[in-house]
Design a protein around this ligand. Structure first.
Ligand code: ATP
Length: 249
C-alpha cells in the first residue's frame, strides 16, 4: 500500500467554543484525487482550513509527508507546498492576472521556473493568457476560479486543496474546471483534495471519497462505490437535502 501523503487522525476543530469537526480521520495518498462531499455547513471548509493551520486542531494529529504539521505555523505549512484554492476564490481583485500569478509563485521560490510554470497554467487555462493584463476583479466567475487554481499551481504544490471549485458556475465552466483537475492529476501526477457540494462530478472524478455530515465522516469508499450507493444518491444527487441517514465509515 502506498504511504499517505496526508494523514488526518482523530481531528477535532472549530471556532472558539464551537466544535465543528469531531474525530475526523482520513488519508490522501500520493497521486490520488480524494473528494469530500457534504452539505452546507457540514464542516468541509473547516477541515481544509484546519489542514492549513487556521483554525488549529484542538485534538488529533495531522501529518504531511510523514511530518507532524498539527502545530506548525500556517506559513510553514504553506512552505511545505500545500496549496489552497479557497472557497469564494479570493483572488487579488485589483491586481492583474499576471500579478496574481506572480504572487502565487512566491511560495515556489523558483524564479528560473516562473516562465515555464506560467506557460503550463496558461496551457491549462488558455483564457488566462488572453486576460493576463486585466484586473482579477473584472474577470467572470469561471475565470476567477481558473485564476485561483492557477495561482495555487504557481506555488508548485505537492498537495492541492480545492474548496468548492464549481460553486456558482455554469455547467460548461464546471466541466472545464473538472477536466483541468483531471489533467493535472493524470498528466502531472498532482495529488488533489477536493471539497465539494457538487457530488456527481466530484465522485466521478475522484479515486476515493468521504462523506461528511455534521462534522463527522460517515462514509468512505471509491468514487464509484459512493456514487452507486442509494443513500448517497438520495442525499446528494437526486435533489436531496444533503442528509444521509445512518451510514458507516
Ligand atoms: P459550506 O459548503 O456552506 O461552506 P462547509 O461544509 O464548508 O459548508 P464550514 O464552512 O466548515 O462548512 O462550516 C461549518 C460550521 O462552522 C458552520 O456551522 C459555520 O457556521 C461555522 N463556521 C465556519 N466558519 C466560521 C468562523 N470563522 N467562525 C465561526 N464559525 C464558523
Amino acid at each position: 500500500m502506498t504511504e499517505a501523503l496526508l494523514e488526518v487522525r482523530d481531528v477535532t476543530s472549530g471556532y472558539g467554543r464551537l466544535a465543528v469537526l469531531h474525530d475526523v480521520s482520513l488519508d490522501i495518498k500520493l497521486g490520488e484525487i480524494v473528494a469530500m462531499i457534504g452539505s452546507n455547513g457540514a464542516g468541509k471548509t473547516t477541515l481544509m482550513m484546519t489542514i492549513c493551520g487556521r483554525p488549529r486542531a484542538a485534538a488529533g494529529r495531522i501529518l504531511f509527508d510523514g511530518r507532524d504539521i498539527t502545530r506548525m505555523p500556517t506559513h510553514e505549512i504553506a512552505g511545505l507546498r500545500i496549496a489552497q484554492s479557497p472557497e469564494g476564490r479570493r483572488i487579488f481583485p485589483r491586481m492583474t492576472v499576471l500579478e496574481n500569478l506572480q504572487m502565487g509563485a512566491i511560495i515556489a521560490d523558483a524564479p528560473d521556473a516562473f516562465n515555464e510554470d506560467l506557460e503550463k497554467v496558461c496551457t491549462l487555462f488558455p483564457v488566462l493568457k488572453k486576460r493576463r493584463d486585466q484586473r482579477g476583479g473584472t474577470l467572470s466567475g469561471g475565470e476567477q476560479q481558473m485564476l485561483a487554481i492557477a495561482r495555487a499551481l504557481m506555488g508548485r504544490p505537492k498537495l492541492l486543496l480545492l474548496d468548492e471549485p464549481s460553486l456558482g458556475l455554469a455547467p460548461l465552466v464546471v466541466k472545464q474546471i473538472f477536466e483541468a483537475i483531471k489533467e493535472l492529476n493524470s498528466k502531472h501526477g498532482l495529488t488533489v483534495f477536493l471539497v465539494e457540494q457538487n457530488a456527481y462530478h466530484t465522485l466521478k472524478l475522484a479515486d476515493r471519497g468521504y462523506v461528511m455530515v455534521n462534522g463527522r465522516i460517515t462514509m468512505s469508499g471509491t468514487g464509484r462505490e459512493l456514487l452507486e450507493r442509494q443513500d448517497v444518491r438520495a442525499a446528494y444527487l437526486e435533489g436531496g437535502a444533503g442528509v444521509v441517514q445512518g451510514g458507516s465509515p
